[in-house]
Ligand binder design. Sequence first.
Ligand SMILES: [Zn+2]
Length: 309
Amino acid sequence: MNVVDVLNHFNVDFQEYSASASAKCISVNCPFCPSGDTGKHLGIFRDKGNFSCYKCGERGGLFKYIREVKGITWSQFEAFTGTKQYTGESILENVKKIFEKPEEISTAINPDINIVGLVPADHAKYKAVLRFIEERRFDYTLLAFFKTQWCLSGPWMNRLIIPLPPPYITKKPLCYAARSLSPRNDPRWLFTEDSRHHNILYYNNHPKNNWKRLTIVEGIFDAWAIPDLAVCIFGTELSPTQLLSLQKDFGAQNIPVRIILDGDAPVKAHKLKEKLSSFFSSIEVIYLESNQDVSSCWANRERMDLFNV
Ligand SMILES: [Zn+2]
């Protein structure tokens, strides 16, 4: 069980990952802010469930938050989380203990591919990783959120190894993307299975969480830059499998869709819209300048309108 399971169970409205907040936190509205808060300024730490509001400073444990917004009792909370088995000093201590068991970082790499020398990428001592984070203006903890690893030796050396789909969609990845952070490595992107990624939708957040819109982008880092729900389709075209999965994930909801491809692909964006128009009734194509993509806009603070939620 993790914090997200508990929030889902009690129907709490939350934003799993936000580019403006630390990836350690899940963003929610704050019921304690005097003026009421719809900006999701309260962060719930995903490791222990304790929270803190950036705006009014209120702090506490997960139960206190859910009681405040959903009016649940301790016994309802306890019945779902099984907190009783822990005998800490306080309710807060007990709730923390549920989440304290660290999740293992998956190192189960596709056995067909020999990737050696993997370490979790969220470590400050790897300069290339740090530079990448700074240049892209990503939060440092985001690499841990997406369970990204860094390869120190062998043929995949100096590449970020990214599990596909992300760990909150499937525990066991279908394949891995490997992005070179060294200009000497060619090509920049490699995949552990040649074309499998064309059958995968790479969501930056869990798609089932009542999002107000869906943004379709070309690359993984574009998806990472979008603060609400985005999906990377690995290029400018949707494969039949990807199209079917999109329909399966959103068919009944009729979520508004934005298409933002790299600036050099305006015709392809238009074709994509046509392809999607039988499934989605509201589709907006956003065109960028020819030298722009979503992730460069985020990094260079251009087109900041794209990142408003
Ligand atoms: Zn507050």
